[in-house]
Design a binder for this molecule. Structure first.
Ligand SMILES: NC(=O)c1ccc[n+]([C@@H]2O[C@H](COP(=O)([O-])OP(=O)(O)OC[C@H]3O[C@@H](n4cnc5c(N)ncnc54)[C@H](OP(=O)(O)O)[C@@H]3O)[C@@H](O)[C@H]2O)c1
Length: 270
């Protein structure tokens, strides 16, 4: 049986991915900071582990435990992440660093911890959950988008160095998906901009985010999870997958329009 570790498995995309892999008879290790929110995954025989991706010691401990018990890790899905939205002027450097600590450096520490086992087995799949924000601009997304753009570049280079060991690296780029992400991002945005020069527009966008993410009109995280599982199980030539019709449409429009015109449309849409 194949062994999979999923980070950010207490909610949204990570939760659904852990559930879907467990249903497919993978031995699943579901990790996040909040173990209480993963208890329901036990019904699918997933193993629950406390895993803060910014805690290097905890990462190594969890990976060692999995290797000692299962002898290998075949699949790593990096879904842990959050959106630190806000105007560049409003976001403190400490928060920008935290954004990168979770969305990029933490993710990389998990990858570094699983690579020795994958190299020894000459086999492995690493799925990095990026975002369309890893290729497109978005309002008040400077640090979030920077972290996802960085993840894109990181993943492309990592792929070159590990493919000789039979390890594939896949990037998933979801558009807006019905998870807690939008509400957390909206709260972050409202909090950092309160009373400042960008307050008015930030309030508008955080309200829009709340409405959008509460509306139930966005694609469900299971859509992304299914894409991830398909990607793990099949050997595609493609290395990046956009998920969501609206996201695909945005990427297409961004590709065909001059940058100024694209930005004008995005700015007018708000
Ligand atoms: N939803 C969207 O619209 C959307 C679109 C594009 C990309 N994404 C990306 O998809 C990924 C998953 O997000 P989601 O939509 O599923 O949001 P979510 O429902 O808020 O889930 C985020 C997960 O990340 C975990 N997490 C946050 N900080 C962590 C840390 N330091 N260590 C370990 N886990 C941590 C959270 O668990 P704990 O708090 O329990 O640790 C939670 O399980 C993220 O990388 C996000 O940027 C989301």
């Amino acid at each position: 049986m194949k062994v999979a570790l999923v980070t950010g498995a207490s909610s949204g995309i990570g939760y659904e991915t852990a559930k879907n892999l467990a249903k497919k008879d993978y031995i699943v290790y579901a990790g996040s900071r909040t173990v209480e929110n993963m208890q329901s995954l036990k019904a699918y025989h997933a193993n629950i582990v406390q895993l803060d991706v910014t805690n290097q010691q905890q990462i190594q401990q969890v990976i060692n435990e999995i290797i000692n018990k299962e002898g290998k890790i075949d699949v790593l899905v990096n879904s842990a992440g959050y959106g630190s939205l806000g105007a560049v002027e409003d976001i403190k450097l400490s928060e920008a660093k935290k954004q990168f600590d979770v969305n990029l450096f933490g993710l990389s520490e998990v990858i570094k911890a699983v690579l020795p086992s994958m190299r020894a087995n000459q086999n492995g799949t690493i799925v990095n959950v990026s975002s369309v924000s890893g290729r497109l601009p978005s309002y008040f997304g400077a640090w979030y988008n920077a972290s996802k753009h960085a993840l894109e570049g990181y993943s492309s280079s990592l792929r070159l160095e590990v493919s000789d060991f039979g390890i594939k690296v896949v990037v998933i780029q979801p558009g807006s998906i019905n998870t807690n992400w939008g509400l957390i991002a909206a709260d972050n945005l409202a909090k950092v901009s309160r009373g400042g020069a960008y307050h008015e527009k930030s309030a508008l966008i955080s309200d829009m985010l709340r409405t959008q993410f509460k509306s139930n009109q966005l694609p469900q995280p299971s859509v992304v999870a299914k894409r991830i599982v398909k990607t793990i199980e099949h050997n595609h030539i493609r290395q990046r997958f956009i998920v969501g019709k609206f996201a695909k449409c945005l990427v297409f429009v961004n590709k065909i329009l001059p940058g100024k015109l694209y930005n004008w449309i995005i700015q007018r849409g708000i």
